[in-house]
Ligand binder design. Structure first.
Ligand code: SF4
Length: 394
């Protein structure tokens, strides 16, 4: 087996099994051909046959051909909560990626089954922080006596065992909407009250360095020098003892391969092409992009901002292309364009296509549960503690 520089096994997409990775597992059964003109009718029939026993969730970055079958659309956190609010649904079909389906399984009842139509729909960002790597980093901090003043905060876009790690070690989960509040909690209060050497407190932010840096610097007033980047592929994260002691934010060296593509040059280019354009980007974008943008916010914020924008206004959006195309179609009275000239979809989100959805729905209608996502009880317990701390944020 070949190994990538992330330390994870490299599978040809969709083949082989690696339970420790977000990606690369077989899709059992016979998929209908993508050319089948009956696919839409077949999905409708299977959905109707399942009725209220089925609830289909669709992430904003999903393809149009899939999102049309979603009972609700949203970002990862909204979808996990929607799943939890449907205790009567026997089957939750999650059109999104693996970590999202895990969160849905954590938040739903034991009798509910969460299905991911294609197991190869992982997330490259989530893969950038494995449990063993994070444990090793925590040991480094413990050896320096820093673990006891460090609060681990993980972005929703992480595997269940990283969420559980945070739950076990006094930390919490955050989303792009509440990262500021989660960091305030970590620095001001922490899980055990304000007496824990608050002045020395640090945050280990997983796995997206950009969300961590953008939130700390742009929203909380930290300096860039307060942030260090921990590289799990180098001894001690590639940092000196002094750098670790001085840092307020220890950022994991992870990023989103889609949002990480936008550059400062893209912003300059679109401003030159479209005079008066408003640049609106997701906080997973690099710091130099976010600082050049006019507006920064989560996927839900981007959608709301477009809804409230006046007719005739022009917008360049720095987020996943499926969503930008849908926003452009929904707002014909505004100019809505993708921030980059290069087309870029999230390749793993795009793994969920109509043939996979039809196969999953028809299998369920025949009484066969396929591609079920299950999180073990211990991981569920601790991950839920980290999620509940987020839900309790002021
Ligand atoms: S858009 Fe980025 S963070 Fe979201 S699933 Fe794709 S790679 Fe992961």
């Amino acid at each position: 087996m070949t190994t990538t520089d992330t330390g994870l096994p490299l599978f040809v997409l969709g083949r082989g099994t690696d339970p420790h990775s977000e990606r690369g597992v077989d899709c059992p059964g016979d998929l209908p051909p993508a050319s089948d003109p009956e696919l839409v009718a077949r999905a409708e029939r299977a959905k109707a046959a399942l009725g209220d026993r089925l609830f289909v969730l669709g992430h904003h970055y999903q393809r149009d051909e899939v999102i049309r079958f979603a009972d609700v659309t949203g970002d990862s956190f909204k979808l996990a909560r929607e799943a939890a609010a449907r205790p009567g649904a026997e089957y939750i079909v999650f059109c999104g990626v693996h970590f999202m389906a895990e969160s849905a399984d954590i938040l739903t009842g034991d009798d509910q089954k969460v299905v991911l139509p294609d197991m190869a729909a992982g997330c490259s960002m989530a893969d950038m922080a494995t449990f063993d790597q994070v444990e090793e980093a925590w040991d480094v901090l413990a050896d320096l006596g820093l673990a006891e003043v460090t609060v681990p905060i993980t972005y929703m876009n992480s595997s269940a065992d990283i969420k559980a790690f945070c739950g076990r070690n006094g930390g919490a989960v955050c989303t792009s909407s509440n990262a500021r509040r989660a960091l305030d909690w970590a620095f001001d209060q922490g899980p055990e009250g304000p007496d824990k050497a608050a002045g020395d407190r640090k945050v280990l932010f997983l796995p997206d360095q950009h969300l961590g840096r953008n939130t700390a610097v742009l929203e909380m007033g930290f300096a860039l020098e307060d942030c260090v980047v921990y590289n799990p592929h180098r001894p001690n994260g590639g940092l000196t003892e002094q750098q670790l002691r001085d840092a307020k934010m220890i950022l994991w060296r992870g990023h989103c391969s889609v949002h990480g593509r936008f550059s400062a040059a893209c912003v300059d280019d679109v401003r030159a092409r479209i005079p008066g354009v408003n640049v609106l980007v997701h906080p997973e974008c690099r710091h130099e992009v976010v600082t050049k943008a006019d507006h920064v916010g989560s996927t839900e914020y981007i959608i709301k901002t477009l809804e409230q924008a006046p007719a005739g206004s022009a917008w360049a959006i720095g987020t996943e292309l499926n969503l930008v195309k849908r926003l452009a179609a929904a707002h014909p009275d505004k100019t809505v364009t993708f921030l980059d000239r290069t087309v870029c979809y999230c390749s793993t989100m795009n793994r969920i296509d109509l043939p996979h959805l039809v196969w999953a729905l028809e299998s369920l209608a025949e009484g066969q549960v396929v591609n079920q996502i299950t999180v073990d009880p211990d991981t569920t317990h601790w991950a839920k503690i980290a999620l509940d701390r987020m839900l309790a944020l002021p």
